[in-house]
Design a binder for this molecule. Structure first.
Ligand SMILES: *Cc1c(COP(=O)(O)O)cnc(C)c1O
Length: 398
């Protein structure tokens, strides 16, 4: 037998974390890493945040799980807070991002069904999108590496170039349900939607009675400096998928919708055994307690600007390696120049300089620190990154 007990679907690296302290991860043998990956944009409050830890501990001892057949004072409270701070009128809680996107897709289809237009079942999605790993969500991307070998996939998706508004509008037909789009593509390489693009999609949805479905699983929840990223575009979606930062490390996701968009989501249409259980709600409450404190989002904006300008200043010193910086807030991408390969350089910075980053599409290094970083962490990051850049040599291309 050569297969490992843990199904070998991840190319796991040598870092084996056993403990976390704020912006640092500590490995099995005491190695210390500066964590600018944050569990891929999940640990927004860093590791071991006292308020989040206490909330989960106390709730675990009080009531961990009950069925959704019972009333949920915990769910009602968190949903109300999310509704009060967003475009949404209603929230469905899930355990992951993919499930939040699944719920968003179902909500969009069901809206048109309820409107008497069941033929409007197609969502237009975008090249390099990432929406999760369920059969539904891999059907919503055209990235071959996620889809190959899993066919037949779910029908009802069409793919268009990201940021190409004219092409997206040209794809609308009598079967179109709406658009599914990340305001900032994460996995695809920190590609930021243009103002014109998102505003144009919103306008088209209004004109044609379509649903604008945003996937803010990665870019939402404070990551870009506002509670949700779309706030910076002056538009509102009809439906939004959230996850990652929403639980600060506890598995939690949410599908948010307006009353109109959720028209079809009536008794019996959707469900989840764990979704929104008291333990998850306690984590979600604790994250919001911190995130909605005065000054938290301003701090994210300030640190984002600081980190971005630090990176921009580094580029001329390493211009054989670094190309450009992109992103919003603390969701930044550093594009590398060939022959350097983001995945390879990321491994080098990790192994030799104790710096954790995430590689993404288009040869981009994703920089996703905890939202609670301070200037000293940015200085330490800059030191580690420039040390790594100075001694790194790209893989020989043979
Ligand atoms: C991570 C991610 C997902 C999937 O979330 P999971 O919790 O892994 O299911 C979906 N959409 C985007 C934009 C993501 O970044």
């Amino acid at each position: 037998m050569t297969i490992t007990p843990l199904m070998p679907v991840y190319p796991r690296c040598d870092v084996r974390p056993v403990r976390g302290e704020g912006c640092y991860l500590i490995g099995e043998n005491g190695e210390r890493y500066l964590d600018f990956a944050s569990g891929i944009a999940v640990n927004c409050l860093g590791h071991g945040h006292p308020h989040l830890t206490k909330a989960v501990q106390e709730q675990a001892a009080t009531l961990m799980h009950v069925s959704n057949l019972y009333g949920s004072p915990q769910g009602e409270k968190l949903a109300k807070r999310i509704v009060d701070h967003s475009f949404a009128d209603t929230v469905f809680f899930t355990n992951s991002g993919a499930e939040a996107v699944e719920c968003a897709i179902k909500t969009a289809r069901r809206y048109h069904h309820a409107e008497g237009n069941p033929q409007r079942h197609d969502l237009i999605t975008f090249n390099s999108a990432f929406h999760g790993r369920t059969l539904g969500t891999i059907s919503a991307t055209n990235q071959a590496k996620m889809r190959d070998g899993f066919e037949p996939l779910l029908p009802g998706f069409k793919y268009c170039d990201f940021n190409d508004l004219d092409a997206a509008l040209a794809m609308i037909d009598e079967n179109t349900a709406g658009f599914l789009v990340e305001p900032v593509q994460g996995e695809g390489g920190i590609r930021v939607a243009s103002d014109e693009f998102l505003k144009g999609l919103r306008k088209a949805c209004d004109e044609h009675g379509l649903m604008l479905v945003l996937d803010e699983v990665q870019c939402g929840y404070g990551r870009t400096g506002t509670y949700f990223a779309h706030e910076q575009y002056g538009i509102e979606p009809d439906i939004l998928a959230s996850a990652k930062g929403i639980g600060g490390g506890f598995p939690l996701g949410a599908c948010l919708a307006t009353e109109k968009a959720a028209k079809g989501m009536v008794f019996g249409t959707h469900g989840s055994t764990y979704g929104g259980n008291p333990l998850a709600m306690a984590a979600g409450e604790a994250v919001l307690d911190v995130m909605l404190e005065d000054g938290f989002l301003d701090h994210v904006k300030a640190m984002g600007e600081r980190l971005r300008s630090t990176l921009e200043q580094m580029i001329p010193n390493h211009d054989h390696l670094f190309d450009s910086v992109r992103g919003k807030g603390l969701m930044l991408g550093l594009k590398l120049k060939e022959p350097a390969v983001a995945r390879d350089f990321m491994g080098f910075a990790r192994e030799h300089h104790g710096l954790l980053l995430v590689a993404a599409g288009e040869n981009v290094l994703r920089i996703l620190p905890p939202l609670v970083i301070e200037e000293k962490h940015i200085s330490e990051f800059a030191e580690k990154l420039s040390d790594a850049a100075r001694v790194y040599s790209p893989p020989a291309d043979d």
